[in-house]
Design a protein around this ligand. Structure first.
Ligand SMILES: Nc1ncnc2c1ncn2[C@@H]1O[C@H](COP(=O)(O)OP(=O)(O)OP(=O)(O)O)[C@@H](O)[C@H]1O
Ligand SMILES: [Mg+2]
Length: 426
């Protein structure tokens, strides 16, 4: 059962995947009758221009080119992760209300770029799925692209998926020499125009997920589209983690934030009532005390709450032993920081969730001043937070600290325990 927030009411509706397909039908019909075609010899300005530029190669028409006699199509997003997760959405009323109003604005010709930001597991993709459901329910097409961390992924990877889910051959649009500014600009313009043409039908939602992993070309293209979105029937949503300081996105982000039609949605952890609601989907209705304990350990991060709830249900939950998935997430993040930063974070995990830098520096036998940049690095990667007093820090979640401690070998853990004890006594 997929729960979709009703466009007209504040209470979410629950609809089955079958009903969702019926809601999508207007799109399916459109895509059958007006599927995008690329063909030779069109006489309109846009297509002539493309044919000319593609001289000697197969010329092509723009999707939706009236001169070709084909209205641009909207495709049902068969490749998008819009499928029901089987779980209803919890909370996020404020965000959904905002998204609904931006969606309405976009379908009326006031396009927007929405930056949906937050730590891993906070619910960016889940929220985007809910938006996709809303859009589909209103007959607006949705296209997804996901950036990937894998090395060697082709340039424009996420945009390739977007084009494919709109039945546009990416190899026709995303051509040319990546290193040639002229070629790049033409690609940017062509893709923008292709999206605008599809969006002209009944609006279009494009979701680019995990843009913190985006390649440079994809992100510059995102910036280009975003800068021309103001009068398009296009809602562009980019999700990203704000804890990947080394990503290319960090360089492009200031420009994205300066786009005229940009909105930013920062997702926070669930509150007590929401944690309780999420726990109740896996376990029995938890007591207030249990929900509070889970909120404390997870910081309300829905992914962590879900994993703790599962561990509680299958009896593997031990307060000092984070679930395997949480461990994997934190270990992966630890793998990205510099070796010195990792050493500092591991020493801090032995001291406790809250720690003073003076004690950790003494444990490592390093001057405090030398540790400060390492602390900044760990904060940048979303492992630590500053607390009130200067020199006092804490792990973002108790689970993060547990996972760091659990990632140590028993020998390293014992050595660090000894070093902490010596630093305290000194
Ligand atoms: N609002 C919500 N209601 C119910 N469950 C949620 C909600 N948000 C997130 N979840 C649960 O938490 C899990 C993680 O959410 P999601 O994958 O959306 O996180 P994310 O922010 O996209 O993480 P990442 O940065 O790793 O991609 C989901 O699988 C879902 O089960
Ligand atoms: Mg995600």
């Amino acid at each position: 059962m997929l729960r979709i927030a009703s466009p007209s009411a504040r209470t979410p509706l629950s609809i089955s995947p079958g009903e969702l397909r019926r809601w999508q039908r207007p799109n399916d019909q459109l895509s059958q009758h007006h599927h995008i075609s690329w063909k030779r010899g069109c006489s309109t300005r846009k297509c002539r221009r493309s044919s000319g530029r593609q001289a000697g190669r197969t010329s092509w028409a723009f999707p939706g080119c009236s001169g070709c006699g084909d209205a641009s199509g909207v495709s049902s997003p068969t490749r998008s992760p819009v499928q029901s997760s089987g779980e209803g959405i919890i909370g996020r009323r404020r965000e959904l209300d905002a998204l609904q109003s931006w969606l309405s604005g976009a379908t009326d010709g006031g396009g927007r770029l929405v930056l949906c930001v937050g730590e891993p597991g906070i619910g960016k993709t889940r929220l985007a799925q809910e938006l996709a459901g809303l859009a589909l329910a209103g007959g607006t097409a949705v296209a997804w692209g996901r950036c990937v961390e894998v090395e060697g992924a082709p340039a424009y990877w996420a945009w390739r998926q977007v084009l494919r889910s709109l039945s546009i051959d990416p190899d026709i649009v995303l051509t040319g020499d990546l290193d040639s500014p002229g070629d790049r600009f033409r690609v940017f313009e062509d893709l923008t125009e292709a999206l605008r043409n599809v969006a002209d039908q009944n609006g279009l939602v494009v979701i680019l997920d995990d843009t913190h992993w985006g390649d440079e070309a994809s992100l510059l293209l995102l910036r280009h589209v975003a800068n021309q979105i103001g009068d398009a029937r296009l809602l562009l949503v980019a999700t990203f983690r704000d804890q990947e300081p080394s990503s290319i996105l960090a360089r492009v982000l200031p420009d994205l934030l300066r786009c005229p039609a940009v909105e930013r949605l920062d997702l926070r952890g669930f509150d007590l009532a929401e944690v309780s609601q999420q726990l109740a989907t896996t376990t029995e209705q938890p007591s207030d005390q249990d929900a509070r304990a889970v909120l404390d350990v997870t910081g309300g991060n829905p992914l962590f709450v879900r994993e703790v709830a599962r561990a509680m249900t299958d009896g593997t939950w031990r307060p000092s032993q984070p679930p395997r998935t949480v461990l994997d997430i934190v270990t992966a993040r630890l793998g990205r920081v510099s070796p010195d930063c990792r050493r500092l974070v591991q020493a801090a995990a032995i001291v406790g969730r809250d720690f003073s830098l003076t004690l950790v520096a003494a444990t490592l036998n390093e001057p405090v001043a030398q540790c400060l940049p390492l602390i900044d690095e760990a904060i940048g990667y979303g492992l630590l937070d500053r607390v009130g007093e200067a020199g006092e820090f804490r792990f973002v979640h108790a689970l993060t600290r547990d996972a760091v401690a659990a990632s140590l070998t028993s020998t390293d853990r014992a050595a660090l325990h000894r070093a902490v004890a010596e630093a305290i006594e000194a």
